[in-house]
Design a protein around this ligand. Structure first.
Ligand code: NAD
Length: 267
């Protein structure tokens, strides 16, 4: 059976984390070759072991490699994209790396340094990834390409549990992605934002820890009564990456179990 991403070359940033790892695994299952990019070398090594366990080399059509990349450093992104030149050039860019800093807070609490760090990774990283994806697609004469940028549902609703820098950064991802989508539409390059709800991944779960009150303040809003799973985001990314979504462009692609459409949730 030919996979939905057969012959496509993809970069996944934040590939050692929850969404990035699950997406890498599904991409490989669908026949893509994947460069897993992350700032954490140790994280990449653990993630690669998991990938090899779930999708053993003998069962893959595509290849998988890892590269240490800080997405806020343009030369790192440039080198990661160039790494795919010998593969035939990039087809899919998943700009997914992001941070939610524990010292983020409301407008009084958030230190300027945390604001800047969050913007550098969550916004500038997505800009660099999008910019070099476009350059590569043009360089290799590609007639189509898919760039998926991870935002968050907090960019769509106001939350009374503030992480102001994080929320602002994800709002910027939505606006930037929308504009890129329109600018490059006639070249065949699609740009969509993924808007996940709170998930069972280290990013949020480490931050919530054993704080039952903090946890309840979020869980109560889910119509489903549960956090999302990273793999549920990954399935959406596969759709956006594949040609099945060829007419899906500039979307705020919300995968949230209905959370952003709910008023009062069931008991
Ligand atoms: P995660 O913390 O499990 O993974 C994030 C990965 O990004 C980590 O492996 C980390 O090492 C990497 N990373 C951090 N800074 C980096 C940098 N400068 N350069 C390269 N890599 C870097 O988080 P996740 O839940 O998988 O989050 C992925 C994306 O989804 C993020 O953009 C996050 O904001 C977004 N998101 C997450 C949730 C959630 O509840 N987990 C909800 C909405 C949106």
């Amino acid at each position: 059976m030919v996979g939905r991403l057969a012959g496509k070359n993809a970069i996944v940033t934040g590939a050692a984390g929850g969404i990035g790892l699950e997406t890498t695994i599904l991409m490989l299952c669908e026949g893509a070759s994947v460069l897993m990019a992350d700032i954490s070398e140790a994280g990449l090594s653990t993630a690669l072991n998991k990938v090899n366990e779930i999708v053993p080399p003998a069962s893959r059509i595509g290849k998988v490699e890892t590269k240490v990349v800080d997405v806020s450093n343009e030369s790192h992104i440039e080198a990661a994209v160039a790494h795919l030149d010998s593969w035939g050039g990039l087809d899919v860019m998943f700009n997914n790396a992001g941070i939610m800093h524990p010292r983020d807070g409301d407008s009084e609490e958030c230190p300027e340094e945390i604001w800047d760090r969050t913007m550098n990774i969550n916004v500038k990283g997505v800009w660099f990834g999008s910019k070099h994806a476009v350059r590569s697609l043009r360089k290799h004469g590609k007639k189509r390409g898919s760039v998926i940028n991870t935002a968050s549902m907090v960019a769509l609703v106001g939350a009374a549990t503030p992480q102001l820098a994080y929320t602002a950064s994800k709002g910027a991802v939505l606006a930037m992605t929308r504009e890129l989508a329109i600018v490059h539409a006639r070249e065949g390059f699609r740009f969509n934002s993924l808007c996940p709800a709170p998930l069972n991944t280290p990013l949020l779960q480490n931050w919530l820890g054993n704080d039952k009150e903090k946890r309840f303040r979020r869980e109560v809003h889910f119509p489903t009564g549960r956090f999302g799973e990273a793999i549920e985001q990954a399935h959406a990314v596969i759709f956006l990456a594949s040609d099945e979504s060829s007419f899906v462009n500039a979307a705020d692609f919300v995968v949230d179990g209905g959370l952003t459409k709910a008023y009062v949730t069931p008991e």
